[in-house]
Design a protein around this ligand. Structure first.
Ligand code: GAR
Length: 214
């Protein structure tokens, strides 16, 4: 499966995907890393891994989001991309683009959706007093941070956490979760039915956990 990774910044999830793709049995390869920011660190990670990169800078299309997205669409199709993976891509996508990649575009979000959509998820999780937080990989739909959930990872919120320490714990989980979700899709094991993702084949059941532990 040819994957296009859309990035805007640091690119740690991209690095996790690059590492995952190095395994001989991983069912996906990165066909293009596409950034809307020319100075994104993610582009350097891609270049050092020898991956094709492209920049479509939203600032080159002032007031014309349609043309910005058409340029991204063209780059993705030109690279033969079959699945678009948003990995810290920080622009909201228009309905036409989301429709054009319906069921072929996924996102990773740093919360256990549907809780804490949007920004500042770690700070809001601490303020809400939840005992577990985490991350979600989901298919992209018209509404922000909505869509059928492929996989989630939970991490505990600890008494001394601040937003940074919690973000670090969630990010480690993201780096395991995104490759897992892409593996399931690449192996053809996922089907979307009635807004839910069904996974074929055996899946180990994780143990139940409490926080505080008992
Ligand atoms: C990740 O935590 C990702 O979940 C988040 O941006 C970060 C990107 O980090 N995405 C969103 O908040 C999208 N709503 P990275 O550039 O190091 O992968």
């Amino acid at each position: 499966m040819r994957v296009g990774v859309l990035v805007s910044g640091r690119g740690s999830n991209l690095r996790a995907l690059i590492d995952a793709c190095a395994a001989a049995d991983f069912p996906a390869e990165i066909a293009l890393v596409l950034s809307n920011k020319p100075d994104a660190a993610a582009l350097e990670h891609a270049a050092s891994a020898g991956l094709p990169t492209a920049v479509v800078d939203h600032r080159d299309f002032p007031g014309d989001k349609q043309r910005f997205e058409e340029a991204m669409d063209e780059a993705l199709r030109g690279a033969g991309v079959q699945l678009v993976c948003l990995a810290g891509f920080m622009r909201l996508l228009s309905p036409w683009f989301v429709d054009a990649w319906h069921d072929r575009m996924i996102n990773i979000h740093p919360s256990l959706l549907p809780s804490f959509k949007g920004l500042d998820t770690h700070k809001r999780a601490i303020e809400a007093g939840v005992r577990f937080h985490g991350c979600t990989v989901h298919y992209v739909r018209l509404e922000m941070d909505e869509g059928p959930i492929v996989a989630q990872a939970a991490v505990p919120v600890l008494p001394d956490d601040d937003a940074d320490s919690l973000a670090g714990r969630v990010l480690e989980a993201e780096h395991r979760l995104y490759p897992l979700a892409i593996r399931l899709i690449g192996e053809g094991r996922t089907r979307i039915r009635d807004g839910r993702v069904l996974v074929d084949g055996p899946l180990p059941a994780p143990p139940p956990v409490t926080n505080p532990a008992c």
